[in-house]
Write a protein that binds this ligand. Structure first.
Ligand code: PMP
Length: 424
């Protein structure tokens, strides 16, 4: 066996010392894999530390309003799960996920017109892990992911981590614009780029709050199919419409061209960290292998707790009550914007957690953020939701967590900051 000589590395006490490219702050700087170079700390994470201070009204995070959950009942379930099924719940489990839960997930997805088999479902540690797995099995460095402009910050982070390029496609009040998708895919093809995935949040978009119209769904699917691009349909908010029944999922139109991502985080509780993927057969096998190498198996304790909740509690009633609470908060936010910030523009979301605001007079939401935090209100600047950091004239406001009263106070503070900006 031959081996290439490895150049000696300067070491001291077993650690590499700082070199020309290294630094004393991080002696491992020159060792990191290339794929880490695009990783950066999420603007949301940096914000959480300040935004969580009680005096700050946080319109930043997407945390569900868990006070609406029956915590005593969930406590009983947790106790019962360990007492009666502890040897299973606390043991390793299947890499694909608990079979009973996978069957129950089918009931949820039927509300969006999806007919699938339990074998098509892979349970994941939140849909964030599903995003990671899908990206991991499809993306080589330099491959392109087409995504809405703007897009969920956590998905952009995953795409960066796997060294994808992201091509943004505009959205309007009816979601992704099919003509823009077509022309983007045509020019990427003409440039010889390899486009692997179309990432979309079709319902109550994070951060834009809009939904893809029913009329556009088959058109988007047809365009993606024609260009050989797999659709990744990320749908954590679909059951949280305020005034209407859930729309049929894109996956309900096509079994082979769509990978569907679901989650219990917004309709139940994110702390269990349970989400799922529905994927075509061959894709699903690769997802299970990738998931086993990442985490061995999703948490049995969480899955059994959720499964017991679904079979013994009124989960439909819980979702209805969430929808009512979020509708009231949405109304508070929209009326406060109309009262205090009439010179800005925003959309009125019909579900979900977020409003997307455009600041007046070319103001820069990222520049303004430190002054907003000083004024005790937090939001996420639009730049977080664009791969190239554009979008500074926008900001995302979440209405999911604070009470209506706090939301009104937060918007009032924000309006004060905007007024101050104009005088700067
Ligand atoms: N996708 C979207 C669009 C989201 O908004 C979120 C959470 N903010 C996720 C995926 C991840 O959710 P989880 O991992 O909690 O299921």
């Amino acid at each position: 066996m031959t081996s290439q000589p490895v150049p000696p590395r300067e070491t001291s006490g077993g650690h590499p010392t700082s070199s020309a490219a290294g630094t004393r702050l991080d002696p491992w700087l020159t060792s990191y894999a290339e794929r880490t170079h695009g990783m950066r700390s999420s603007e949301i994470r940096a914000l959480f530390a300040v935004a969580n201070r009680p005096e700050v009204v946080s319109l930043a995070g997407g945390m569900p309003f868990l006070e609406g959950l029956p915590l005593d009942v969930l406590g009983d379930i947790a106790q019962r799960v360990v007492a009666t099924r502890g040897l299973q719940a606390l043991q390793y489990g299947s890499g694909q996920g608990d079979e009973t839960l996978r069957e129950q997930i089918l009931d949820l997805m039927r509300l969006e017109g999806i007919e699938a088999h339990p074998d098509d479902v892979v349970v994941t540690t939140g849909s964030q892990q599903a995003l990671d797995l899908v990206t991991r099995i499809f993306i080589d460095p330099g491959d392109v992911v087409v995504a809405e402009a703007p897009s969920y910050v956590g998905a952009l982070g995953v795409f960066r981590a796997y060294q994808a390029d992201v091509a943004h496609v505009p959205i309007d009040a009816d979601g992704l614009v099919p003509e823009a998708l077509e022309s983007t895919l045509a020019s990427l093809a003409a440039a010889g780029r390899t486009v692997k995935l179309l990432y979309t949040v079709p319902n109550f978009h994070n951060p834009a709050g809009v939904s893809m119209s029913e009329e556009r769904r088959p058109r988007v699917l047809e365009i993606a199919r024609r260009y050989g691009v797999l659709v990744v349909e990320d749908n954590p908010y679909g059951l949280l419409g305020f005034d209407s029944e859930p729309r049929d999922a894109i996956r309900s139109l096509d079994e082979d061209g769509v990978v569907y991502l679901g989650s219990f985080s917004k309709t139940f509780a994110p702390g269990y960290r349970v989400g799922w993927v529905v994927a075509p057969h061959a894709v699903r096998e690769k997802l299970v292998l990738a998931s086993e190498s990442a985490i061995l198996c999703p948490s049995n304790a969480s899955q059994i707790a959720i499964s017991t909740y679904l079979s013994t509690c009124d989960w439909r009633g819980q979702i209805k009550s969430y929808r009512e609470q979020y509708r009231e908060r949405r109304d508070a936010m929209i009326s406060a914007l109309a009262e205090h910030l009439p010179e800005a523009s925003w959309n009125v979301p019909a579900g979900g957690f977020y409003t997307w605001v455009r600041l007046p007079d070319g103001l820069d939401a990222k520049d303004m953020l430190p002054r907003a935090v000083t004024a005790r209100v937090a939001y996420v600047p639009g730049t977080a939701f664009y791969f190239d950091g554009s979008g500074s004239e926008h900001l995302r406001l979440s209405f999911c967590y604070p009470t209506p009263e706090r939301i009104r106070e937060g918007v009032r503070r924000l309006a004060g900051v905007v007024a101050g900006e104009k005088e700067l």
